[in-house]
Design a protein around this ligand. Structure first.
Ligand SMILES: Cc1ncc(COP(=O)(O)O)c(C=O)c1O
Length: 372
């Protein structure tokens, strides 16, 4: 197999062999559907899913009933819009939804779409001079979408404080945290965050694609957005129904069982104490010495984003790709923060526990030659 340097962890995390083996073992030896069969094999799958739900709940300081499996962050963030819309009892007027320029397209576009249709008004929460959420100027709102860590700037936001201030302005505000990037770098405690919803994707912490988590603080207060098998307890003669309890009532249809098994393993393996931050800081220091490179991120950020004078980011991507180095280039589905910085896109390096110092040296040296 061709050897490459993979420094695109923020796009998707490489998979540990034991995650791959856990999925393979499930498919080979234990596979059955969940929530449907009563034979021993099916019951064992139910137990496996319940165990992973339990570990995910522990992982973020929640209870299993708050954990809904989704297909990823984008799926969760879109579903939350419909889940909230289905529960209009929350609002006696058109709600105000606050977003920010740190948002990924997946966090802001679903709200933009319903605002365009006239369902809500959108306000943009300002950023401070360091491009963090400006905690002193959080607008009063009914729904607040908070990007816990921008995928371009890699700085952890003080979610706890942001939510505290938002609640001072409106005690009933519904808060939604996009933790897609944050989850790979910092411990999440939803009770400390005090958030109502939180989403992340499995594939950004070493699990497979196709599985994600949507945390709902008060699942009994909300009505499902999807209907089908597994979420209904009984259809009555009059055509009404009795739904299952949460979280099942939010999980219509067959779950991504294999990926859920891999997620359980990935969570066991995730460590916030590896050398990635040292490597990022080293690369930040070295790249900042190269004339023509403008670094956009802080030395302690979880990603290293930059632009090169007189070189289009896509040209940079092609050139560095020819050296078997994988990094991300473009707008990174985060157009607003790029516009705010007066850019169309940038180049992003993000490392994982598999990256070595020697690889960092190779990447720095390659960039030095490319930019000369
Ligand atoms: C901050 C942020 N939010 C949301 C997403 C969307 O995640 P997914 O594509 O896994 O649904 C990403 C992916 O890059 C992201 O970085």
């Amino acid at each position: 197999m061709k050897k490459i340097v993979y420094m695109d962890a923020a796009a998707s995390w490489l998979k540990n062999q034991s995650v791959i083996e856990s999925e393979s073992d499930f498919l080979t030896n234990s596979y059955a559907n969940a929530g449907r069969g009563i034979c021993e094999r099916a019951s064992n799958v139910d137990k496996m899913i319940a165990d992973v739900r339990h570990s995910v709940a522990n992982f973020i300081g929640a209870e299993p009933k708050n954990i809904v499996f989704t297909s990823g962050t984008t799926d969760g963030l879109n579903r939350i819009v419909n889940i909230i819309k289905n529960s209009e009892k929350w609002f006696d007027k058109k709600p105000v939804v606050a977003v920010s320029d740190l948002d990924h397209h997946s966090a802001r576009m679903p709200w933009q779409a319903v605002a365009n249709a006239g369902w809500c008004d959108l306000v943009v929460c300002p950023l401070d001079s360091e491009l963090n959420i400006d905690v002193d100027n959080i607008p009063a709102c009914d729904i607040f979408v908070i990007t816990a860590m921008s995928n371009v700037l890699g700085a952890a936001q003080d979610v706890e404080r942001i939510i505290r201030v938002a609640r001072q302005k409106n005690p009933d505000v519904i808060t939604i945290v996009d933790a897609a990037q944050f989850v790979a770098h910092s411990k999440i405690d939803v009770s400390k965050f005090d958030c109502d919803f939180l989403c992340f994707s499995g594939h950004k912490i070493g699990a497979d694609t196709g599985v994600g988590v949507m945390y709902i603080r008060n699942p009994d207060d909300f009505y499902p957005d999807k209907f089908g098998g597994g979420m209904v307890n009984k259809i009555t003669d009059s055509g009404k129904w009795i739904l299952n309890q949460a979280p099942e009532k939010f999980e219509a249809g067959t779950l991504p069982l294999t990926q859920i098994v891999g997620l359980g393993k990935a969570i066991q393996l995730l460590s916030y104490a590896d050398d990635s931050s040292k490597l990022m800081r080293y690369m930040h220091d070295e790249l900042s010495k190269i004339h023509g490179i403008k670094i956009l991120t802080k030395p302690d950020a979880c990603v290293l984003s930059f632009v090169v004078e007189n070189m289009h980011v896509l040209d940079f991507g092609v050139m560095i790709g020819a050296h078997d180095i994988c990094v991300r280039v473009g707008n990174m589905c985060a157009s607003w923060i790029h516009k705010k910085m007066g850019l169309d896109g940038s180049i992003r390096i993000s490392v994982g526990p598999w990256n070595t110092h020697a690889e960092a040296e190779y990447v720095i040296e390659t960039i030095r030659k490319m930019v000369k």
